[in-house]
Design a protein around this ligand. Sequence first.
Ligand code: NAP
Length: 474
Amino acid sequence: MPNFEKLNNPSNGEVITFKNGKPIIPNNPIVPFIRGDGTGVDIWPATRRVIDASIQKSYGDKRKINWFKVYAGDEACDIYGTYNYLPNDTIEAIKHYGVAIKGPLTTPVGGGIRSLNVALRQIFDLYSCVRPCKYYSGTPSPHKSPQNLDIIVYRENTEDIYMGIEWEAEDENCKSLINYLNNTIIPNSSKLKNRSLPLSAGIGIKPVSKFGSQRHIRKAIEHAKRLSGSKRHVTLVHKGNIMKFTEGAFRDWGYELAINEFRNDCITERESWILDNIERNQNISVENNAKLIEPGFDKLTAEKRHSICGEIKDIILNIADSHGNNKWKKLVLIDDRIADSIFQQIQTRPQEYSILATLNLNGDYLSDAAAAIVGGLGMAPGANIGDKAAIFEATHGTAPKHAGLNKINPGSVILSGVMMLEYFGWDEAADLITKGISKSIEQKKVTYDLARLMDPKVDPLLCSEFAESIINNF
Ligand code: NAP
């Protein structure tokens, strides 16, 4: 048990432990919570009431969360001293108790730490950021058919340009790095020979590793396995047509993982085309199959034609029995889409997608764009998941101008609580909250942000009244 400077370990409840990256949840887990800055003072009490009520209604006295208050952000500075935005006590508490939930935190200015949210992700190696975007009937949306969007963005959380390894233009280290690249590295590369970087440029590094990509995509595939029907689908989102060795590698490592580690559970989009074609055109030669699958087959080089025929033979030999005969339709479909195309497709054909596995930056943009379609930040939950810890959080910020007014929408943190309950396997409680939120919105009992967008406009509920309305609709 940790020795805290200013906290006391809770006297009731049990510790959540982890085995092979999966949590083992007792019936009375201790869960540290960070109230959050700004509107956290309004959102957290509303969230806690809703979560506790859902557990009580679902399980009576058999299950209970023992909340453990820990500090981060402005509140931490008040207790632990100036610039102590993330005290050691808080880090030790989350390390020991494993799963935490947090409200929004102010990004510190003037000292201490660059971003609390990024720091928490890095300290606990929370490598997958999970953001579901699903429409609740009645929510005002700028989109014509927001109900068609029901996706989960799995955003890699630890690598990519977000690592923050960058140098400012004109900085001496930046200039010497550019000189080294221009004079030594680039001339030695046959592909880059004639290129050079402008001496006045700033530089950012974009690392993408096989380990980091695959552990993240593994979580996305495991999630898809728990879904049913067409939702058993993972799309690898990338810009590999341009950034071949980072974004393109992410896609390739994803496919490699799917067919090596999840062979019995997965089918790639290309394999599904080939199997489908083989089944529809029984008893024709491999070469004729290839002609049907690959447009312009006859015009391809002999080497390419040979490779496609080899691919078809491999499929017939290795997976036709296990995956063919339409069995592949029940497996997790793995496909990939270029990032700019997926931005269009979540608007034009959202029903075709389920889990989008992305790198860090693409996922950041994509999850906000998807959240906008289903009703904005007030309704967008998030979770950061690793192998030894998980933190559930609001995706919006502290909205300081609304702080303490009891008017803000607590939906994002409440829905993060739903994700936490699902992570616990406490699905009955999670479903109650989802139902309560849906019904409350249908009854137009909503906070100001949604009320002002409704047509005709409705009188808004306070933050605490919205929580009450959700509970009344269980
Ligand atoms: P923000 O706090 O997200 O607020 C921007 C606007 O979004 C608000 O003024 C409000 O719009 C709307 N909004 C935010 N939360 C809402 C909610 N729960 N319900 C309804 N509407 C909501 O963004 P910011 O003002 O740029 O950032 C403030 C601070 O939060 C900064 O220090 C920032 O770094 C930090 N931040 C923290 C997190 C995090 O902890 N995960 C994330 C983002 C930003 P209207 O006023 O128009 O209604």
